[in-house]
Every structure is written in structure tokens, then in C-alpha cells.
Design a protein around this ligand. Structure first.
Ligand SMILES: O=C[C@H](O)[C@H](O)[C@H](O)COP(=O)(O)O
Length: 225
């Protein structure tokens, strides 16, 4: 089965969790796009929801299918966020941000009562670490932040010609030997000028992962279905 079919299946399973009256966080990327489309179909059938978008691209896509998009700066808590990932493991540790949206994605995820990752089977790994960890960097501090990331053991590449929705740059960090994710997350967060990173270690409550047409649900409490 094609990867896009699996993305669509995982997205549909997550969107089935959306109930009338919810405030929903919408992720960014190709898998989240399937969730936005599925949500649009449910709205056309009568579902009443409002949403927060994790990127300008997602806001535009959501509005295009009839989703009311609210300003996150006025919102303290959301019901459910649905988002993609670049890697996810059975601890529900994820790496996100290949699309550059991880800073807004993490803020929205952290404000959500439940955060669900949707992915095709290629994203599921035994332990996160092969994917690059993107770091959003204040341009003013770019050289010093890159040097600090290199001291953590990363091969760092600044994403060429890319500016985030927040006006910052992205440093993609490849760790040939992935350190303990929690220690690494704390060290990156402690670098002045590093505004956010793509390690999601506490935000994900559940994941729908589709492979060859079968959807598996993983929950943070260890249950699955
Ligand atoms: O910044 C982008 C996001 O973290 C995406 O959710 C992530 O990169 C997965 O994207 P995709 O579903 O396109 O593989």
C-alpha cells in the first residue's frame, strides 16, 4: 500500500477522536494535511469544531476546507492536537520539525489535553535518533548557537534559505551517536538563542501508525489497539 494511503488511514483514525464542540490543534506537514482534509469532511457533515494551526500553511489549508482557525495567543488550553512526526518510538518519544514548525507545534501540543501523532509505518523506529533534530535559532545568535550545538556532538547544517513562521532560522542537527534524549533536550534548551527543538519527549499521548493498510494505536500508558 502506498505511503500516502497509510498517512490517510492514520489521519482518519485520529480525526475520529474529534467530538462536537472541541478546540483542536492542527499540525503541520504532509500527514497533518490528511487530517485537515478529513476534519473538513466531518465539518461538511455537520461537526462543529474550532481549531488552532501550528503554521501559516496549516492555517490556510484549514480555512480552505471550512475550519474556523483561532488565534493561539488567546488560548490557554485545547482539547486535542493531531500532528505528524519524523520519527516515533514505543516510548512515544518523537522527533519533529522536518517542516520547520516544531516550535509552534510544541507550544500547541503542550497546551493540549491530548496530543496524538499520526504517521505511516516508515516513521516508527526502535529508538529515536537517526532523524535530524531541528533547532529553531534566533538569527542574531546563529554562530554561537551552531557552535554550542557542535559541542554537543552534532553535525550541524543551517537550513538554506529557510525562515520559520516566527522569523528565525533552523539548524538541523545530526547526532552520529544519539545521546540520552532527555539529557540532550535539556542541553539544547539551555543554549541562549536556541528557541526550540524537535525532541518531543513528554508531549505525545498517543500515536496512530498505519502500515500496509493496518492502523496501530499506541498510548502513553502502554496500551495499544
Ligand atoms: O515541522 C514539521 C512537522 O513536525 C511535521 O509534522 C513532521 O515533519 C512530519 O511531516 P510529514 O507528515 O510531512 O512527514
Amino acid at each position: 500500500m502506498a505511503k500516502d494511503d497509510d498517512k490517510r488511514l492514520a489521519a482518519g483514525a485520529a480525526v475520529a477522536e474529534v467530538a462536537d464542540g472541541m478546540l483542536v490543534g492542527l499540525g503541520t506537514g504532509s500527514t497533518a494535511a490528511f487530517a485537515i482534509a478529513a476534519l473538513g469532511r466531518r465539518i461538511a457533515e455537520g461537526l462543529r469544531v474550532e481549531a488552532v494551526a501550528t503554521s501559516e500553511a496549516t492555517a490556510a489549508a484549514a480555512r480552505a476546507v471550512g475550519v474556523v482557525v483561532r488565534d493561539f495567543s488567546t488560548i490557554a488550553t485545547l482539547d486535542l492536537t493531531i500532528d505528524g512526526a519524523d520519527e516515533i518510538d514505543s516510548r512515544l518519544f518523537a522527533i519533529k520539525g522536518a517542516g520547520g514548525a516544531m516550535l509552534r507545534e510544541k507550544a500547541v501540543a503542550a497546551a493540549s489535553r491530548r496530543m496524538v501523532v499520526i504517521a505511516d509505518g516508515s516513521k516508527r523506529v526502535a529508538a529515536i535518533g537517526a532523524a535530524k533534530v531541528p533547532v529553531e535559532v534566533l538569527p542574531f545568535a546563529s554562530a554561537s548557537v551552531v557552535a554550542a550545538l557542535e559541542r554537543l556532538g552534532a553535525a550541524v547544517a543551517v537550513r538554506a534559505g529557510y525562515v520559520t513562521d516566527n522569523g528565525n532560522i533552523i539548524a538541523d542537527c545530526h547526532f552520529p551517536a544519539m545521546p540520552d534524549p532527555r539529557a540532550l533536550a535539556a542541553r539544547i534548551a539551555a543554549i541562549p538563542g536556541a528557541l526550540g527543538h524537535g525532541l518531543f519527549l513528554d508531549e505525545v499521548d498517543a500515536a496512530y501508525i498505519a502500515a500496509d493498510g493496518n492502523v496501530t494505536r499506541l498510548e502513553r500508558d502502554g496500551s495499544s489497539g
